[in-house]
Design a binder for this molecule. Structure first.
Ligand code: ZN
Length: 297
């Protein structure tokens, strides 16, 4: 029987105390964008390579969503994290270059958005290595952040990531502040997230392939939900990681709502609106100076 606590490490338990943010900071917040593009539907079934309508729905992300998001982030002076599948980067290298040039972080999001649990260990490793190389060829930098396609991780995935120089992952839901995953290949920072803070559940809908929650919510409903979530994280001194998809959040009204959310978060004192990588760096820095926490077994 697999002893999960031993194999992938664990957060300090129970993790209910205050988190040690930089001085003057009460809560960290990160905007993250998973640039699935066409890879999202092609991973479901390669037959969609022949379906122009399905491809067009997905293509809205890199074609319209990302440029519009970048313009908005520049206007607001916010740096964000973009997790890019290798396949998307091969299709849109200039877009990836623009994201990087404008000072945002680029992380790995699989090669063609296949769930790691549907891949062999070797296939998962090949996808990771291939995508790291593609992104490095475009940006000149080795990516060090990872978000798993579908937020799907195998028990063996953290060690694989650590073995290939990834410093942090943002795919798991067992906490709401950064923590350390200890693996046989070294430590990995985990930046937890949640379905509540994902635009997919609020807005994503297609008939073919069927996806999303089946309901397209109003921007006001999503704003209220995310505002409440942020305020909860702020009150409890945690981290607010918002996961979005350019084909979903990039529509005009939704992006205006996101701008309003940024303004709302900034109206609170001591909010650190930054990239996932910067939060991971902070966690690594305080972990080095803190006493080692024993793994729960
Ligand atoms: Zn994705």
């Amino acid at each position: 029987m697999t002893d999960i606590g031993t194999d992938i490490g664990t957060a300090p338990w129970p993790n209910t105390g205050t988190y040690n943010w930089p001085e003057g900071i009460q809560c960290a917040a990160a905007l993250s964008f998973d640039v699935d593009g066409e890879s999202g539907i092609l991973a479901i079934d390669p037959k969609y390579a022949e379906r122009l309508s399905a491809l067009a729905w997905a293509r809205y992300g890199p074609k319209v969503g990302v440029p519009r998001i970048l313009d908005m982030l520049q206007k607001k002076g916010v740096k964000a994290s973009f997790f890019v599948p290798g396949y998307t980067a091969e299709l849109y290298p200039e877009l990836v270059k623009r994201i990087h040039t404008e000072g945002h972080e680029i992380g790995v999001h699989g090669y063609i958005h296949k769930k790691p649990s549907d891949l062999s260990d070797l296939e998962e490793e090949t996808a990771l290595v291939k995508t790291c190389r593609i992104l490095k060829d475009i940006t000149g930098q080795q990516p060090t952040g990872y978000r798993s396609p579908w937020w799907d991780m195998k028990v063996s995935t953290p060690a694989l990531l650590a073995r290939h120089g990834i410093r942090y992952d943002s795919s798991l839901m067992d906490d709401d502040a950064p923590y350390t995953l200890t693996t046989e290949s070294g430590d990995l920072v985990e930046l937890p997230l949640h379905w509540t803070n994902d635009d997919w559940e609020q807005f994503a809908f297609t008939v073919d392939p069927p996806t999303g929650s089946g309901v397209i919510e109003t921007c006001e409903k999503a704003f209220q939900l995310w505002k409440e979530e942020f305020e909860g994280m702020y009150h409890y001194n945690r981290s607010f990681v918002l996961t979005m998809h350019p084909e979903v959040i990039g529509r005009p009204a939704r992006l205006m709502m996101l701008e309003r959310l940024i303004d709302h978060m900034r109206s609170f004192e001591g909010v650190w609106l930054t990239t996932c990588g910067a939060i991971a760096d902070h966690h690594l820095a305080i972990s080095k100076s803190a006493p080692k926490t024993a793994a729960v077994t």
